[in-house]
Write a protein that binds this ligand. Sequence first.
Ligand code: BES
Ligand code: ZN
Length: 630
Amino acid sequence: MSMRRSRAAIGIGAGMLMMTLPCMSVGAIEPTGDHRDVHGLGNPETTRVVAVALDLTVDFEARKLRGTATIAFERAQGSPPDAPLMLDTRALLIKKVNGETAAGEFEPAEFELGPADPILGARLTIKPGAGVKRVRIEYETSPGATALQWLPAPLTAGKKHPFLFSQSEAIHARSWIPLQDSPGVRTTYTAVIRTPPGLTAVMAADSLVTEAEAKQGIFRFAMSTPIPPYLIALAVGDLVFQPLGPRTGVWAEPSVIKSASYEFADVEAMITTIERGFGPYRWGRYDILVLPPSFPFGGMENPKLTFATPTVLAGDRSLVSLIAHELAHSWSGNLVTNATWSDFWLNEGFTTYLERRIVESLYGRDRAEVEGVLAMVELDDELKQLPEKDQVLHIDLAGRDPDDGMTRIAYEKGAIFLRTLEEAVGRERFDAFLKGYFDHFAFQSITTADFRAYLEKRLFDGKRPSVDLDAWLDRPGLPADRARPSSARLGTIDAAAKGWLTGSLAIDRLGSSDWSTQDWIRFLRALPEQLTVDQMRALDRAFKLTERGNSEIAHQWLLIAIRNHYQAADDRLESYLISIGRRKLVLPLYKALAATPAGKKRALEIYAKARPGYHSITTQTVDRLLGFHP
Ligand code: BES
Ligand code: ZN
């Protein structure tokens, strides 16, 4: 069944239809093929969630959200008028389910919670009865809800107030909201969040907060554009706001707000840059929330409110491509969304491509190429380790946790594919194509097959594509016709490293005084695995590497320090691993430590101290790596 037909059949609300109508009238490319999501236990093909209204109380002592979710749904034409509603849940305590009668009263409805699958959670089947269009579920989350991190005060910047944040992508929304947790089931939502006094709640939504209510700990929000559930997001803490531009601003703990405002000063310019090439920013405001250091990712593109790691605050704006990335998701991902997690590259590959385009436009081609080349090196490394079946863009995730299938392939192979297309047809045509793509599929969730059909028709006019699409979309590795980012700049860095290693260049003659963060990363990666103690000392003395506050440079240096048993960095390594919980920055360090028996012992010692501050996304991976059994 085509998505278009199934949508029409379900009789999605008027707003949704209006959004799909323009492309029907163009009549060209229908979303095709199978949109079924193997990671959803819901029944959206019969009974589809269209709106969620939350009323939740935040209980820091019990580490629980408690309250109600009122779910509006629509039944597909031709399905029985009393067809059940099936939802995803994970570790939720369901206390009561009521259905809304025609008179607007809520009366008990039959429900059943199925067995819990370790990856997917448990199906909640509700039998609301004929004519019922809304159900109200009274529930609470469990302290171990995978989407939620409850941080005690000592683990925040201010150390005085606790902090809570959610991370719903990929399939964690179900651990704090009972809904159809599939990226193809878009829903609007409203929320009332009740917090302890003195704390502020923010959500990825329009704020309807009033000062009077905020004083009482009541915060209201509304997202009136249908979004996939993985974009529903909440944070609660001691937060303040600083405007950056007319539609942009930063939320952070008071002690962080100043450095955050400095770091993100270019965000308004980033928005105008993409708008110029690829169509309007359609979400109203764009704010950034800086989280405590345990945030497991670099950033998360929650609509209107990007969540970001504090490790991006380098003090010199050198890591802001991360913000460019999360912002670009406002087009690729949040506007045009992967219909299933197998299509994840449609989110991340497009976004990585757009990220580089923003960097190029704001900071110049050189910097974009440097970042592209560094990422290619990481992709090549990953390709060496991944089985062939995981090297394809459209990846098979049946029976697997989508979190495990998310590799550099989606990001970098995806981005290089788009760049290859750009180079094949020229930038002007490719940009027009992309702009059309975002328009055409705006506020829809699509599959790789949908993209391919659109691409063949719109970019190649139905003729034989000049790029080998089968190779890109269905085969492992990197096709031979790939575009190649290149950077002369990095060549000079490599030469400096080589010169120093061979003794032809003195350490104070490397020209490093104007090196950027990326230059340093390249330099450190260009060094051989094994260095002598004297070399380690010389590097550290000349460049104060152990003392660097830049999270990425420190990371590269600590990797080298581990490999070379450089004891002068021992304390720094420990404090780094204890103070940062971003998975990408800590995991490789534990891996390097675990390569020797003594290192592994040390890893476990540090991990025992660091683990309480990590998010479950990070502990899950590090537990597995170190064989740690909590
Ligand atoms: N959407 C992702 C984060 C994500 C991916 C969360 C998969 C859960 C499952 C986000 O946009 C992202 O890609 N973040 C990157 C930073 C980026 C600059 C590559 C990250 O966190 O490393
Ligand atoms: Zn991303």
